[in-house]
Ligand binder design. Structure first.
Ligand SMILES: Cc1ncc(COP(=O)(O)O)c(C=O)c1O
Length: 482
């Protein structure tokens, strides 16, 4: 039965206990599982329940049975999948004037999603509500209201709450940035920050270089501002090809900005090595082209070490840094910020003209929470959870998807970019899956071209359950049927 919570069953509870230990690395690949006899004693279960628990972990690809020796932890099954193919940095770049736009594809996706009820949503790029500190944020908001009862009826400083901006400046140190509260502007999420950045540096008709594939929301912003996109080959493991970008700078006029997601790129999950980030910053500075950095996933690495932002190498103020709490802390609060370097005054003016300051209550509450160790503890928990979900999801894809499927395993974030065997269409798979209540993001949405039509972006943002497993099994059948 698909809807039964697996942990209601005795064998599943035992299996869950060891699954978590394997996923956390407590039982490493090659380690021997406790014997069946030990399992019966430890968990007070019958021999057949112990056997069933081990067999279910074997079915998931976590254990293997060795004759007369017992069960052993396997290498993760996703390690058996081939990585997604690397692009050729010398490949011919699409002509920006042939730019067809993304709005129709996104509207089509949204309209179709609205038509079908969904039981398993694998298209979301933010965590489940339980993944965030709801109670602590509620209490912080109540405290903020008690301490500052005037907050709802008083104007907000134009750049945002000063206390919140001070916390952001302190927290930015971890990503290698040197900034002050005065240089930070609070925005309505990363989306507004990117809008303002591009409006500050480009005019309609100008060209913006972006990673390929890239987040469809960015393609929408570029299109809605009357700008054109130049898609630059991007490695699934090392991010934007600086070599290809250099070539583009030499061959294309009117490039006014580069937008990059250096850490856990959406959809690839790639991370640019530090040396490439430094090279990118220097290249843009040399050519007088603004670098807009979207670091929305930077704090979500498995290693608990915040990754460096490109801005860390910015000496001349040519990098516009955009951040947000949409993924890491509070998807419902729409709080982002930007550090605009030499464009600060112009960006401030544009923000004032466009939307005026963000409301203060959310900023005060979040600022208080982020100033405490509770925020660090929350991030550690969230990263562990996302890692476990990614591992389970990748193992299930490796078990069920047809031969020829490729996948890179990111070391952070909440997204998997899955290359289907040749000839599959993400649009067809998306539509067939949606009709059965399973939602994924088709590769077609991540480029203005059809180059990624045989990819799917599969989200690991929500807890992995038996329902997720059966949805993936069904999705795999749809992919296999072609
Ligand atoms: C790379 C990237 N940038 C920006 C956003 C949107 O950010 P916000 O919700 O803060 O506007 C997303 C959301 O999916 C994203 O993946």
């Amino acid at each position: 039965m698909e809807n039964t919570d697996p942990e209601d069953l005795l064998y599943a509870r035992v299996a869950g206990h060891y699954r978590r230990a394997i996923q956390a690395g407590v039982l490493a690949p090659g380690a021997r599982m406790p014997s069946l006899r030990t399992l019966t004693r430890t968990h007070r279960v019958s021999l057949s329940t112990a056997v069933q628990a081990c067999r279910s972990l074997e079915d998931e690809g976590l254990l293997e049975a060795r004759a007369r020796s017992g069960y052993y932890v396997l290498r993760p099954r996703h390690a058996l999948l081939q990585p997604v193919r690397e692009p050729d940095p010398q490949q011919a770049l699409p002509d920006p004037s042939s730019f067809s736009g993304i709005h129709d594809r996104v509207s089509d996706f949204v309209a179709k999603c609205e038509r079908f009820p969904v039981h398993t949503n694998l298209a979301l790029a933010f965590g489940a509500p339980e993944a965030y500190p709801q109670e602590a944020l509620k209490n912080a908001a109540l405290r903020a209201l008690r301490r500052h009862p005037e907050v709802l009826v008083s104007p907000v400083p134009p750049q945002g709450d000063p206390g919140f901006r001070s916390v952001l400046a302190r927290r930015a140190l971890a990503a290698g940035m040197q900034t002050t509260a005065d240089e930070i502007l609070v925005t309505h999420g990363c989306t507004e920050a990117i809008n303002l950045a591009l409006r500050a540096v480009a005019q309609p008709g100008d060209v913006i270089a972006v990673e390929s594939p890239t987040y469809f929301g960015l393609l929408q912003v570029i299109e809605s501002l009357g700008l054109q996109t130049l898609e630059i080959p991007t490695s699934p493991s090392r991010g934007l090809s600086v070599e290809a970008l250099e070539l583009a700078f030499r061959t294309h006029e009117r490039i006014r900005a580069v937008v990059v997601v250096p850490n856990f790129q959406n959809p690839l999950g790639s991370v640019m090595p530090d040396a490439e980030k430094a090279r990118l910053v220097a290249l843009c500075e040399t050519h007088g082209i603004t670098l807009v950095e979207d670091d929305i996933y930077g704090a979500l690495g498995d290693d608990d070490l915040p990754l460096k932002s490109c801005k860390a190498w910015d000496r001349g103020g040519n990098v516009i840094y955009c951040g947000s709490l949409h993924k890491t802390l509070a998807p419902g609060m729409r709080v982002g910020w930007m550090i605009s370097g030499r464009w600060h005054a112009r960006v401030r003016m544009l923000k004032h003209a466009q939307s005026r300051p963000n409301d203060a209550l959310a900023q005060i509450a979040i600022g208080e929470f982020m100033d405490s160790h509770a925020f660090d503890r929350h991030l550690v928990r969230l990263r562990r959870q996302l890692k476990a979900q990614r591992e389970s999801m990748a193992a299930a894809i490796a078990s069920h998807f047809p031969q020829g499927t490729r996948l890179n395993m990111p070391r952070g974030g909440m997204l998997l970019w899955v290359e289907m065997p040749e000839g599959r269409s993400s649009r067809a798979v998306f539509e067939a899956a949606l009709a059965e209540g399973i939602r994924v993001a088709p590769g077609l949405m991540f480029s203005n071209s059809a180059r990624f039509d045989h990819f799917l972006r599969i989200s690991c943002a929500f807890p992995f359950s038996s329902r997720t497993e059966s949805a993936l099994r069904r999705l795999a059948q749809i992919v296999a049927a072609g």
